[in-house]
Ligand binder design. Sequence first.
Ligand code: ZN
Ligand code: ZN
Ligand code: ZN
Length: 193
Amino acid sequence: MPQKCTHLDQIKDVEPKTPQGCEECLESGDSWVHLRLCLECGHVGCCDSSKNKHATKHFHATQHPIMQSFQPGEDWRWCYVDEIEVCRMLIALPEPPTAIVAGDAASAFQAIEGLGNLGKRVPEDMSVVGFDDCPAAANFPGLTTVRQPAEEVGQLAGQFVSRLLEGAPASECRVTLPVELIIRASTASPRSE
Ligand SMILES: [Zn+2]
Ligand SMILES: [Zn+2]
Ligand SMILES: [Zn+2]
């Protein structure tokens, strides 16, 4: 996403108010898919893949712009205001794209959230592709992504280091490994009309 977020000064050192789950869903006895933490007030709400979308509702009610994933092992953040702006810009183009390819999974999830806030559906209205098949990408509803052979990269890097130490020329320690496209639910054929 191109521009720089101007809302970072609104981030506070928050304690999750309801670390056990979405505040509103816990009250009503509903379930959720993923959790988001508001970095301005500590509200914990459910994501846009959840039935109630309480994190987004929290943004609309409070204008608190910055959320962080509250899933174990995930720390990506996004700014509702900026994401909505970028997505609005894309949609307003004379020939709007039919797909967004994001540089990593976090940006891809941000794009999905931003599009959702503008009433656009992924993948019906816009496909989204991520890069790096991080564990979060496999989560519901599933991000189409480019998987890199991380294990092979590590092994070869180790071998190359020892060969370099043995005096092999650097040009012999260079290889391009194939990547793999993992197709999940965030992409579809462009609509024909
Ligand atoms: Zn921002
Ligand atoms: Zn909820
Ligand atoms: Zn908040």
